[in-house]
Design a protein around this ligand. Structure first.
Ligand code: COS
Length: 385
């Protein structure tokens, strides 16, 4: 059983503690039976979205005016949900996270009409959203993307290709970032594009080491009304980065969930495994590893809940704090999980064991929503301003 003492930290309130307990019990009962299932991730992810919606946990993905639990997105609740789900399965965490990240641009920048049209369906799990920023030639350098939107009367005509898009193929709508002028990062604009818009297509699904719904999509002369714009013309980069400022801390939280699970598994294994006449846990080499793992976990949690609390209670702009939390927690979790694999020996690389799954799950976290290298640039940019 994971250490829960962090729930008493002053960053959290009683309703967070209550949520952690409720979701933990629900996950154990409802999600755990699917822990090893990697067969049809698109179908399973959709199922998880429905289940999370029916159980009421998607109320953390939208603001209160549209059925959510809090006036605005509460980052501490999002972190608790991701950390709790990730301890059991990365796919359930993914399904939860994408409801918030995919619709975050609407929650933050949408008109009241757009919020009323999309957010209630995100809350119930009836609609699946996606965040479409990355392109074949613009990943880390997101401000350099080349998909276009050209004004045509009351509409814009969108063209271009996006890749590594989570929920590609199963999403009902996409918050789509496109270029409306040549002014670099200041020339981007965001639109909501419905998946059934003529000219929109899934090009291919992408299969990655920890499978989840992911793919490449293409827009060919997709007509979108101006009323579906999020923010103003030229504000697309700001819309994307403000969204990431909220969700980057939660990527850290999911990694923290993976790391906590790895430590739990390692403690149980080293107590029960006997070598040279005593439990593995009796050796100081083992104890040193366990101590390092626990310390990295607490350090990550402190940075994550500091960033989340700052966003919820102190400041709108948490670019530095969120980048630090994401960078530290994802890198630390990779090391923690690697230690767990080593302590398991041969069993640690056997396909289907929990630590083997965690080893695959954690790798992408150091890349998506901004690589560790991008987080360093973001932090340094803030320091040097
Ligand atoms: N929140 C709100 N607005 C932001 C923002 C944030 N976190 N980051 C940038 N912006 C705004 C800037 O303030 C600027 O707006 P103004 O013209 O009104 O000042 C606009 O977006 C363009 O940003 P610019 O690139 O000029 O920003 P900076 O000089 O502040 O930052 C870096 C430079 C490299 C740090 C920035 O381009 C960046 O964050 N790049 C990383 C992109 C990224 O995360 N890639 C991975 C995507 S993973 S899906």
């Amino acid at each position: 059983m994971s250490d829960k003492s962090y729930l008493d930290w002053p960053f959290l309130e009683d309703h967070h503690r209550e949520l952690a307990g409720l979701l933990d019990a629900w996950t154990e009962k409802e999600i755990k039976p699917f822990e090893d299932d990697e067969e049809d991730v698109n179908a399973l992810s959709k199922k998880f979205v429905r289940m999370l919606g029916e159980a009421g946990f998607l109320q953390y993905s939208v603001p209160a005016e549209y059925g959510g639990a809090h006036k605005s997105l509460d980052v501490r609740s999002l972190c608790i949900c991701r950390e709790t789900l990730a301890r059991t399965t990365g796919l359930a965490d993914f399904a939860f996270a994408m409801q918030g990240l995919g619709s975050g641009a609407i929650s933050l920048f949408g008109t009241s009409e757009l919020k009323a049209e999309y957010l209630p369906k995100v809350l119930t799990g009836e609609a699946i959203p996606a965040f479409a920023l990355t392109e074949p030639d613009a990943g880390s350098d997101a401000g350099n993307l080349s998909s276009t939107a050209v004004e045509d009367g009351d509409d814009y005509i969108l063209n271009g290709t996006k890749t590594f898009i989570s929920n590609a193929g199963i999403a009902d709508f996409y918050c789509m970032f496109v270029r409306t002028s040549d002014e670099g990062a200041r020339g981007l604009t965001c639109f909501v594009l419905d998946a059934d818009t003529p000219g929109f297509e899934l090009v291919e699904s992408l299969n990655v080491i920890a499978p989840h719904p992911l793919g490449t999509i293409r827009m060919t002369n997709c007509r979108v009304p101006k009323s579906k714009m999020l923010g103003k013309v030229g504000e697309g980069f700001k819309v994307a980065m403000s969204n990431l400022d909220i969700f980057r801390s939660t990527v850290g939280a999911a990694s923290l969930g993976f790391a906590r699970r790895a430590l739990d598994e390692a403690i149980a294994r080293t107590k029960e495994r006997h070598v040279f006449g005593q439990p593995l846990s009796g050796f100081q080499f083992t104890q040193g590893k366990l101590a390092d793992m626990a310390t990295e976990i607490d350090a990550s949690a402190l940075l994550i809940y500091r960033a989340a609390w700052t966003r919820d209670c102190v400041a709108d702009r948490v670019t530095r704090e969120a980048a630090m939390a994401k960078m530290y927690a994802t890198e630390a979790a990779q090391v923690v999980i690697d230690h767990a694999v080593q302590l398991f020996g041969g069993m640690g690389v056997l396909v289907g064991t929990p630590v083997e799954r965690l080893y695959r799950e954690i790798r992408a976290m150091r890349i998506y929503e901004g690589t560790t290298d991008v987080q360093k640039i973001v932090i340094a940019t803030q320091l040097l301003k």
